[in-house]
Write a protein that binds this ligand. Sequence first.
Ligand code: GTP
Length: 665
Amino acid sequence: MNLSRSLFVAVAEVNLVGYARNGRNLYRSVQQIPVRLLSSKKTSKQIDLSNFPPDKIRNFGIIAHVDHGKSTLADRLLEITGAIEASASNKQVLDKLQVEKERGITVKAQTASITYYHKGEEYLLNLIDTPGHVDFSYEVSRSLAACQGVLLVVDASQGVEAQTLSNFYLTMDAGIDVIPIINKIDLKTANVDAVCQEMEKFFDIDRKDIIAISAKTGINVESVLEAIIDRLPSPKQHLKCCNSSGPLKALVFDSCYENYKGVNANIAVTSGKIKTGDQITSHFLQSLPRSKTTYEVKDVGILEPDFHSTGVLYAGQVGCVYCGMKTTAEARIGDTFHHVGTPVEAFEGFKSMKPMVLGTMYPNDQSEYINLKKSIDKLTLNDSSVTVHNCNCPALGAGFRLGFLGLLHLDVFKQRLEQEYDATVICTTPTVPYKAILSSPAQIKKHGSDEMTISTAGDFPDLSWIKTFLQPMVTGTVMAPAKYLEAVIDLCERRNGVEQSLSYINDNRVIVVYRLPLDEIIVDFYDKLKSVTSGYGSFDYEDAEYEETNLAKVDILLNGKIVPELSSVFNESKYQRMARQICERLKETIPPQLFPINIQAVVGSKVIAKSLIKPYKRDIFQKLGGGDMTRKMKLVRKHKDEEKRLRMIGKVTVPRNAFVKVLQE
Ligand code: GTP
């Protein structure tokens, strides 16, 4: 069956019916394709949220693999419902951050409330556009807590990809309904039939439930709106109790910091109502040993996608509240807001994320430390999956040891610090959290456990204390065209992966699962995979606990003296290569002195790499002005002795940029 053809016909019908029924403005897609969609601009000033009881509300997320078209679909939904004017310049309007616009990816889930008429009734729809990249999956899981359903979008030319699957599993965990959508049917390479088959196979859904659309051109997008209302449950059906006359209970599923207004908390109200002037508190605040645990609601409203004050939010609705909170300690994601004096049972909260990648950030100049601290505080409020600890390095000063969910996450965080807070930082080479199992009773007593985490070389224990080292592992899923199977296997095996399973999705595509050490994939695995599969491979991974390994602490000696800041911990399979790299980098960056500088990388007492910086040349015969060979040789001997003496007593000054170069790359 040629589904895309039949859907084109269906689209025309849906739109004509919609136009006649609603009698609203004719919407012409910006690409000038013959599809009619409808607009009904309604500003929040006109919105009376009391007109939307739970059965007139649908809260849904849009999830997909990277670039399958979530944000573009959100653009069309906002245009059709009149939340934004239809315009050719509407490209991923919910991607508001500069980093999102520059990289063309969503990194922050974004909420927008829209209204839509269906069968003569007006509905309040709350959509959450989520990121697709695995490093931001925490955004997806949190957003799903505020939804009763999702649009699962799959690219018609790419099919189901690794992160489509992991996002789908998140919806299963959240126990919410799915509307399967095939997007980009306008592409010449679209293969709707094959993608339908894949979706049937992976998601156990019926082909007739799949909606094929083009988010870019607008084809069939209005039928997505119809399906949202017809097929997704209202908060009342999903939450069972969802009553505006009950006590206030609201889940904080996101928050961010705004200059002047302070913290803005995104909430999903599951019972009661919250209005300006209310005195609220939360389960977490009540548990704190501090005086300020209650707050007055300064403003409350919905996101359209910008904040619009409505003065009140009722049960089943999703919106945003300002109550003068200033720090992360006050607005905790996963917390339960309730009225002062009316306690309610708390939500379970969100599972805290385990950092996968560790990086240390130092201010460019120590005078900027306080500002950097404030900036990191505000940014972590916006991204609670980042963990922060203070640290200090004699060469680079005071800084922060941060934990991220992946390398892209780290990169984006750094870029946001620079762009949104004007804070430039020195960021050290990312590493992963290793562990040591201790055998020494004295050390076990000291650490309060037989397990210690090794985040930096400074944490590396004496070998006599330990039983074994552990490294974090992941289960990596690769989906790729079958013709690249050999290259994928080769790549995984070179990265010390162990095959778990291999299966064919159809004749042309395979899915391969490997168990891999995390430190083998954090840096460039994804880029390599893209390169060996000509861009068609997709990758997703999840935490797979720890596994025994051998670690080595590589120390750097300059003329026999250890430089502690340059020590690092590496996996056995890497330390030789990394040690050579460090020696070479130091050779390039330390300026020559009057004496030679021996650079040695050692593990214990064994030298595993070395290089030499020759002294800069002086014309020792300059003052001689002539003379015979014996005098010259005497001078050469004297110079050599002097070099030797200097090498013994001379202090090698390692410039800051040498530290930065070694620690950063
Ligand atoms: P992430 O948030 O980074 O995961 O991406 P996304 O899923 O939000 O995808 P996005 O909407 O940013 O679209 C990715 C690219 O696909 C953009 O270049 C869009 O213009 C394009 N695109 C989206 N939908 C369609 C479509 O229906 N047809 C065509 N031809 N291109 C589309």
